[in-house]
Every structure is written in structure tokens, then in C-alpha cells.
Design a protein around this ligand. Sequence first.
Ligand SMILES: Cc1cc2nc3c(=O)[nH]c(=O)nc-3n(C[C@H](O)[C@H](O)[C@H](O)COP(=O)(O)OP(=O)(O)OC[C@H]3O[C@@H](n4cnc5c(N)ncnc54)[C@H](O)[C@@H]3O)c2cc1C
Length: 515
Amino acid sequence: MTSRDHAPHVVVIGAGLGGLAAACTLAARGNNVTVCEANEWLGGKAAEWRKDGFRFDMGPTILTVPRVLERVFSEAGVRMSDRLDLRRLDPQWRCFFEDGTQIDLCENVDIMAQRLDSLSGGDGAGYRELIAASEHLHQISERFFFWKSVGGIGDTLDLGSSFNPSTLRDVLALRMDSTLAREIRRRVKDERSAQMLDHFTQYVGSNPQQAPAVLTGIAHMQVNDGVWYPMGGTRAVPEALAKLAEELGVKFRPSTRIRHILKRNGRAAGVETVTGETIAADAVISNMDSVRTMRELVKGVDTKKFERKWGRRRPACSGVVLYLGLDRRYEHLAHHDFVFSRDPHEEFDSIYRRGVPAEDPTCYLAAPAGTDPAVAPSGGEALYVLTHVPYIRRGQNWTELFPRYRQIILDKLKNCAGMTDIESRIRVEHHLTPQDIHDRYSPLRGAIYGLASHGRLNGAFKPANRVKELDGLYLAGGASHPGAGMPMALMSGWIAADCADRDLSEAQTPQALSI
Ligand SMILES: Cc1cc2nc3c(=O)[nH]c(=O)nc-3n(C[C@H](O)[C@H](O)[C@H](O)COP(=O)(O)OP(=O)(O)OC[C@H]3O[C@@H](n4cnc5c(N)ncnc54)[C@H](O)[C@@H]3O)c2cc1C
């Protein structure tokens, strides 16, 4: 008999970054953990594709705020630096504009301010002010928003009892009457610089013109905590977490799709797989999309309130990704690059309001061979090109839409980023459409980043990690609090695990109920 024989058993549905972070945290605290993952691989969207000596990260490529990942490793007393070789990248992004302008977004605020001043006098001071406001918003988020289960302002601010002048100052700083785009343009006048700064919201797949001002806090996180590349690719992150989980005794069940969350005595008590197998548990953490979890996996529970609050929220955007194995490198590219649309208003209007792919899209590029030559045969490049497109709308058939859109993307790179010979340089090629994303990762309508962060008052909020409708059920991943992107998905896993672990310790229900 081991010390874990009487420890609670938790089932995690899904092995995305949130599911893996939850599994490691729970197991490090002495719980028994089983992870059921529908796919053959672990890591969810952080997957990879290899062919003929080329290696591509298929999903996330930009790692920010690595201290979140560090906290997950530290739960097990392991140093992240012993498991991952992270390289800090500066410039963080290189930006290409239609008029031929090129701007490097770098970490140093003074250098950046000078650069923006040279494009439009006064923007340097505006940039400093933006970063200072962003730092303040980030500090407020650390106090009220991060590292705990929050599903709305009432969960974090007790407006009745603990309201005092300093809380009032914090609430006013949130500028609930404003949007991210407006906060940027209040301070930075040059439209190119503003377009570059708008793209801090790329991690949440939302329209900066609809995203709440509080998301300005992302700028500080990126500028202060840096942009990182794990050697071996971002894929190295789920691999390191899966290895840690195995060392901690977590049982992985790949190729195991869950169709129901079982209930007993009014609480989550296990799961049922699509083959009809049941697995008993003291608690369940779902890393599946939060809205789909409540709609499809939970039965016999009143979810009307959840549906009213979250079911009406629009999904975040989806994406088209090209993976191009090239027989040359483009020396003028940085590791991360943006090739911007001519007109961001028209672009965002297409993606977020009209629900059609933009005719002139912004393309994000990852060209990792300079940092990590192992991604391609000598002299080559494993070029990753992502354009944001709408979540899947009724009648959209991406098998039909893709060939034309591929050409629009390649033409954009030829015309605006000096990659005139790109088509003749392709040696291997693969792609991902919104339909592929939907089929591979089971999100809501192909959305990459969960629910859109739209709405000045509530846009920053996502479904809380502790599910009020069913005791013993917790949500983790980009479609639950605190939201999408690698650090936030990892944090959501940690929060879900922390809530489950505390609740199980308090309830002292050591053994899984037999079902
Ligand atoms: C193309 C692309 C580019 C991106 N770029 C970046 C970037 O540069 N930087 C960044 O920070 N973020 C980026 N993101 C976002 C980031 O990848 C996600 O926010 C994060 O990986 C989501 O993690 P998650 O925990 O929500 O799990 P997911 O990756 O969504 O995984 C969920 C897992 O649950 C499994 N699952 C679902 N339902 C079931 C079920 N019923 N039974 C069993 N298993 C189930 C799925 O198979 C999947 O493996 C990008 C995403 C994509 C797709």
C-alpha cells in the first residue's frame, strides 16, 4: 500500500496545456490523477508537424510570461530551467507595413519610445504612458483576477463590504468606458504604431475595438516578462509537462474521448468514455471548451444560468495556418514578424462583424531557423504563417475557401514582406483551416482562443474555474478563466487544480464513490 492509495482521484478531460498544468499540480499535491485525451497526442493545440527534416509547431509559437509555467514546475519542487531551455527574443516582433515602413517592437521602453517618436513626434511619450498604465492594470489583475477562480466582477470585488478608496481607484483605472484600441489611440497617433500595438490582443483573438481597456495590461506582461522560445519549439512545453506528470504518477489515456460527466449525490463523480467505459473520480476537471463542456458533457444539471451568461458570448476568432518548408531563409525576417493589413478597421470588420475572411489580412510569421537551426535542413526555413479568420459561420466550407485564401496569403508575403520568390522555394507544405482546428481540438466553432474578449464591462471575464452548477466539476483551458494564450491556459489549469485540491481536502472524501 502506498501513501496515495487513499488519496482522492481526479479525472482530467483533455491534455491541452490547461489539462497538463492541472494534472501536474494535482499530482504534485498527492492526488491520484487520470488524464483522458481524445487525440493520440498530448498537448492539444500545442502540436507539431514534421516532414523531410522540417519541424513545425502547429499551434502556439510565442511564449510569454514563463513564470506561470515556472509555478507549475515548482509545485513539484522542480526547476523549470532543468527541464526547458528558454531563449529570450529581442526584437519581440518585426513589423512590415504596406507603405514599406518596418518597425521592430523591442523590450526596451526608451528605445521603443525613440522609434515611435521618429514616426510621429509625441508618440514616444504616449508609448511610455501606455506602458505605465499597462503596468498599473497588470498589478490590479494580479490582485483581483489572476491565480483564483473568477467568473465576473462580483467574484473578485466584494463591492458591499470591502469597498474603500483604494479599491475605487483600482476600479476607475480599469476604464470600463473604454476599449483597448481607444486607450492606444489616445496616446499614440501614428496609425502604423497603433496597429502594431493593437496586436497585443492577438493572444486572445479579439477585436481591439471591442476589447475592454483592461486588456492593455497584456502590453506590460509582454514588454516586462519578455517573449521566449523554448529550444525544440513550443512543443517542448507540453512534452516537459507530460514527462513531469508521468514522474508524478499521472496516468495518461490517449485516444479516449469522454462523452459524459457522471453525477452522484449532486456532484461530479467520474466520466464515461465514448465506448461506454466509466471511470470513477472524486472530482473532474474539464479542459474541453467550457461552453461545450456544459452543453455536451453535463447532463441532468440546470445550466440555464450558465447558458444565459456564456452561451451568448461569441467565440474568439479562428485561423488559417500555412506550414511552409523552404529551401532558403529570409535574412530580413526576425524570429517573429507581422505583415500588416492596409486597413485594420476593414480587416477587423470582416473578421469580427461580417464573419468573412479579410481580403487583405495581417499575417503573423514565425521564422525560427535563426534561433533553432534544427527546425529545417541546412540553409532552409520552417516558415509558419498565421492569419486570423472568423470562427466558423453557417455555410462556410473551408475545403472550398482554402485554395483562394492560400494565394491571398502568399501574395501578401510577396508584395509586402519582400518574399518575392516564396512559391518556388516551398519544399514541403501543410495547412490548418478553421474546420481542421475544430476537428482536431474540439473547440467552439473552430475558435482558437476560446470566447472573444468583447464588451467593455465583462469582456475580460470567462467562465469561472469552479463550476457553480455542479460541485466537484472544474474548468481549465483557454475558454475558461483567465482566458486564452499559453500562460493563461496554464494558469487556468493551476487554478482549477488548486480549487479541486482545496475542496477535496476540506470535504475529506478520500475514496472515489463506486458508480
Ligand atoms: C494556430 C494557433 C496559434 C496560436 N498561437 C499562440 C501563440 O503564439 N501564443 C500563445 O500564447 N497562444 C497561442 N495560441 C493559443 C494557445 O495555443 C491556446 O490558448 C492554448 O494552447 C490552449 O490550451 P488549452 O488548455 O485550452 O487546451 P487545448 O489546446 O484546447 O486542448 C484541449 C484538449 O482537450 C481535448 N478534448 C476536448 N474534448 C475532449 C473530450 N470530450 N474528451 C477527451 N479529450 C477532449 C482535445 O482533444 C485537446 O487535446 C495559438 C493557438 C492556435 C491554434
